[in-house]
Design a protein around this ligand. Structure first.
Ligand SMILES: *Cc1c(COP(=O)(O)O)cnc(C)c1O
Length: 557
């Protein structure tokens, strides 16, 4: 018998605090949400019986406004869920802070080109019968204090499981994409006579965070204030930690399969959580979504079927070099026209263009390239460069906001020498434009803080050359001088952080000046070789079809 989500079979429930499905739906903030969106998209292509569960985020993340000095202000991102999804006639309750909070659900259907669809459930507490504070629980992504966050996580984890039950979904596996949804495991314990083995067998946990402070942790005082007698403290402490509730521990302790999102990230995770055996499934991006129109047309012409079988990108050499170059120049022209119209710059399509766009936060080191202006000027004398930046800083990340202001200051300082642009409102559509329209994709996070990173994979899908610190996925993707270039040493070298930074800066400036600029300006055929290699050796592998094949065979089956 078919139920409301259109199938009687068993499904994998994929829980994520953020899921990025459409540019117009502000239900994501960065890489985690985009990965969740790519998971949904790849699952639909592959016909996987998956169902997504997330929060509505009715007031969105935020719209970013930057003034002339790069000062960020945040504005509400208005959107109407009813434009994209349907309200379901089901309600569940979760008791929070002594009140029964009612939760309803919207359903969004992602349709793949191959005609399969994957539903995503958006949980919503903005119901008249709820107290005003409770109505706000599903308003804003990563907004509010830690009580607000825990309330959201109760709605997501506990409410999510209850909603799936009431929809009549039969679930074969619960996949927690990061610790925000770990309370689902406690709900499953409660529903199954506290049978730990049963719960473990049904749960999969993926961590994305290689820093201690990145893991969600709540003082038990708050936990019991909000949860009341939902679960006894002994149980919670047994799985979630003695002194405070650690959502990662909870997920780790109640899942039969746990993984990091790159090989290196697995190593880091095993050091951070001694005694746990992690797997690693390196992230991928949804190829069709992240290939720009000009390259889609090329791939359609020469590599039929590539979208549903991205391995075919390994045959990129069947595309003539001049067509690769022309497609790239078209994408570049589109980006530069957009940049020039938005920022009043004078970017030139024949100038080597470097892109840097992602969430703006300290560990990503957004101003790294400006560390030594003398050397940057010297690079620019060897061959002209221009720089394009984008990214939002979290509203409470003061330091992040200062990075944006500093980029604006460097822009002033280098006026007349190096064209620099900063685009507002980095999101899915803008990411598509930038990752396909620049020549070099720059990535210089502080090691080892990038669990995987995915934007470089998107760039490679469009023949854009990666230039990145050896962290996360790039440790697996980089073949020096073939698929791109490394900034700084391999992770295990015994050096102080200062020495490592010096080595990174040396690579950054020297490789630009002595290797990349000469290739780009004087040996275009070699440059196009790098572009080909990016597609042949990166895109064919670092895609979400491969990633989901692995989740299915290792974690779901
Ligand atoms: C891909 C993507 C990210 C992730 O970028 P990283 O450089 O891997 O951190 C963040 N935001 C948007 C909008 C993206 O498309």
């Amino acid at each position: 018998m078919d139920n409301v989500i259109g199938t009687s079979g068993r499904r994998i429930a994929y829980f994520s605090m953020e899921i990025g499905l459409k540019n117009e739906m502000p239900t994501y903030s960065g890489g985690l949400g985009i990965l969740a969106g790519d998971t949904i998209r790849a699952s639909a292509d592959l016909g996987l019986p998956l169902i997504g569960v997330t929060l509505l985020n009715k007031k969105g993340y935020f719209m970013q406004k930057l003034d002339d000095e790069g000062r960020q202000t945040e504005h509400q991102h208005e959107w109407a869920p009813s434009d994209y999804m349907q309200l379901l006639p089901y309600e569940v309750k979760v008791r929070i802070q002594g009140r029964d909070v009612r939760i309803r659900a919207w359903i969004y259907e992602h349709h793949s080109l191959t005609k399969e669809k994957v539903p995503v459930i958006f949980l919503d507490t903005d119901i008249e019968e709820n107290a005003p504070v409770d109505r706000q629980i599903t308003y804003s992504l990563y907004g509010g204090d830690s009580k607000y966050r825990l309330k959201q996580e109760m709605v997501l984890g506990i409410g999510g499981v209850r909603m799936l039950n009431s929809l009549g979904c039969s679930i074969s596996k619960y996949h927690m994409n990061e610790g925000h949804s770990s309370l689902l495991a406690i709900e499953l314990l409660r529903q199954n006579n506290m049978n730990e083995l049963y719960v473990k067998e049904h749960c999969v946990f993926t961590t994305h965070t290689p820093i201690e402070s990145g893991h969600d942790v709540f003082p038990y005082e708050i936990v019991f204030e909000l949860m009341g007698d939902y679960v006894d403290s002994e149980t919670l402490k047994k799985y979630g930690g003695e002194h405070e509730l650690n959502m990662t521990l909870l997920g780790l302790n109640l899942s039969h399969y746990i993984n990091g999102v790159a090989k290196r990230h697995r190593e880091i995770s095993e050091k951070m959580f001694p005694g746990y055996k992690f797997n690693s499934i390196t992230n991928g991006v949804h190829s069709y979504t992240w290939v720009c129109q000009h390259f889609r047309e090329l791939y359609d012409k020469y590599l039929r079927g590539w979208a549903n079988e991205p391995e075919l990108l390994v045959r990129v050499r069947s595309i003539p070099d001049n067509e690769i170059w022309d497609a790239h120049q078209l994408a570049k022209k589109e980006l530069l026209d957009y940049v020039n119209s938005k920022c009043g710059t004078n970017m030139d399509p024949d100038t080597l263009t470097i892109g840097f766009a992602r969430r703006i936060t300290e560990y990503k080191r957004p101003t790294f390239i400006f560390s030594d202006l003398k050397r940057l000027r010297k690079v620019n004398e060897a061959g002209k460069i221009q720089l394009i930046f984008a990214g939002k800083a979290h509203p409470r990340d003061i330091q992040g906001k200062q990075f944006i202001e500093r980029i604006f200051q460097y822009k002033e300082e280098l006026k007349g020498e190096i064209e620099i642009a900063y685009l507002e409102n980095y999101g899915i559509d803008l990411a598509m434009k930038i990752v396909s329209g620049v020549d070099i994709w720059l990535n210089n996070p502080k090691k080892p803080l990038e669990a995987s990173g995915t934007s470089g994979m998107k760039a490679a899908h469009n023949g854009v050359v990666n230039f990145s610190v050896l962290d996360g996925w790039w440790l697996e993707g980089c073949v020096e001088g073939v698929t791109g270039y490394a900034i700084g040493p391999m992770p295990h070298v015994e050096k102080s952080p200062e020495e490592i930074e010096m080595m990174e800066l040396d690579d950054l400036y020297n490789k630009l000046e002595y290797i990349m600029i000469p290739k780009y300006y004087c040996r275009k055929d070699e440059w196009i070789g790098l572009m080909n290699n990016s597609i042949e050796m990166i895109a064919y592998y670092f895609n979400s079809h491969r990633m989901m094949h692995r989740y299915v065979t290792e974690a779901y089956l």
